[in-house]
Design a protein around this ligand. Sequence first.
Ligand code: ATP
Length: 591
Amino acid sequence: MKFKTLCRTYSKVEKISGKIEMVEILSETLCNANADEIGKIALLTLGKIYPNYVGIELMLAESMTIKALSITTGKSTSNIKQILEQKGDLGSITYKLLSKKTQTTLSSFTGETEYAPEILEVWSFFDKLAKLTGEGSSNKKINLLAGMLSRVSAIEAKYIVRIVSSKLRLGIATQLLLEALALAKTGNRDNKDILEKAYNRCSDIEYVAETLYKGGIEKVKEIDIRVFSPVKVMLAQRLSSSEEILEKFGEKCAVEYKYDGIRAQIHVKDNIVKIFSRNNENITYQFPDVQNEIIKAAKKQNFIVEGEIVAYDEKNNKILPFQSISRRKRKHDIEEKAQEIPVRVFLFDVLFANNCSTLNKLYLERRKLLKELVNETETIRFSHQTIVSSVDELETFFNSALEDNCEGIMVKSINQDSIYQAGARGWLWVKYKADYVDKLSDSFDLVIIGADYGKGKRTGKYGTFLLACFDTEEGNFKTFTRVATGFSDKDLDFFYQKLSNIKLNNKPKEVVSEIECSVWFEPKIVIEVTGAEITISQLHTCARGWLKGLNDGLALRFPRFTGRIVEDKNPEDATTVNEIVTIFLNQKGES
Ligand code: ATP
């Protein structure tokens, strides 16, 4: 398939906001793709050239793309920057500038005639660009990009520029793409669920799409866990009293400390260790000490285990708060930081062992397997765990978790259905945190989607931020609160810098808001916020139409930024409308 065909589809999709129509338009094009190209099409449609966990990213600095565009069009870089200030989207600017020139003029830059590359050719071009490193690589990248832009048509150039800048912004998330793939290949969009389950086991959209096109939906069902491909993590629901918890789980359940650190999925094969974060990014480089320790602790090879990495005060033998471990998130002086901030890993699950997936094994079997795979060492431990059958026992365990500097407990089913549900937030795991008991509302992980400029001390910076939750049903973001408290001066400087890179001129199409903002942002950055209570709101769009007899939405009252930027969550992993409705009903004592 020609890249141009895909670009025309992107252009159509970009103009509409209805999910059903978007899926239909995309699937019409996907129908015509062949099995060798569908994987790459899937990646490009999400603005990627490799799955996240591979760690190869394209993203060219804006200044480099502007230079390339300047070479291609003959316009000065300052001129392009000026237009960019007004228009805000380099892709559309590229389209405008290149549409003005006739192809003959364009070709005169390179002496070549226009060519319409195949999708695989364009992917290889991106791959080459991403892999250019070392001395002089910036100039080589600029020239390579300029060469490509000179040869292709305006519409292709527009999307090439957007992809190299990591700003494709079609409003197509993974869920929507899976639905379009299901419709294209099987004629039934409901088969999306099968694709999603497979995707949750391998986090590799390219592999899922290729398998579908090569072997059909039956082959997709067979996609299994592979060591070194991260599995989507299992998540927990929340409850706010021991009584409710025991009622939910029946007679008995397992309880574990809930450590407040970084979730780590640790893959081991032939003494090679890879560690993946909650959102499937490869974070191995941050933990050279954990790599060594896990090798020492391993009794077998070829396995995947999961645990929480926390910072540890070795002198006083105690777990340190999340802020300490977050200082290990850096690219430089890793060894030095590893010495300065020692860690402990508390393992709590196993996903793959003895050459097969253990997802369908029951919780107690998995716990037993964990102990057959790994020895406990100074650094590698098993999460503190016991079985309880009464409110008293549960409360005692909860209190000891708080005394040991944990944020609460995880309650886990030990029943016949207690499998590992990759990618799901079900009732087999329930979190019970100190915050809930204090009658404070739980914290929410929300996406910054807009801001207004501050006044007084905050002049020249953003003073108030509009925050959104994620609507899994519709695949978009709904506004939930506006927050202005809890930010230090340093935070405000930081957010000003960070958000300026993802500033938009208009509200992004994946955001549903009735509130106007001075500035809009791409929904990318997730922050943690607490609040007093959830109230009914005429202004916010979260849960609008969800509650019987109510047309209003829900909002968080007295929000406060906790100081935590949730780096291991993608925007789609933010607190969902569903969760907010559940908390709201619990708050009101309704079920
Ligand atoms: P939170 O913000 O409350 O940590 P979350 O949305 O990141 O929640 P949840 O599924 O709601 O994820 O809470 C579970 C998280 O708690 C896990 O992602 C994991 O990082 C952490 N955790 C700490 N100890 C355990 C444990 N013993 N078992 C499972 N998860 C644990």
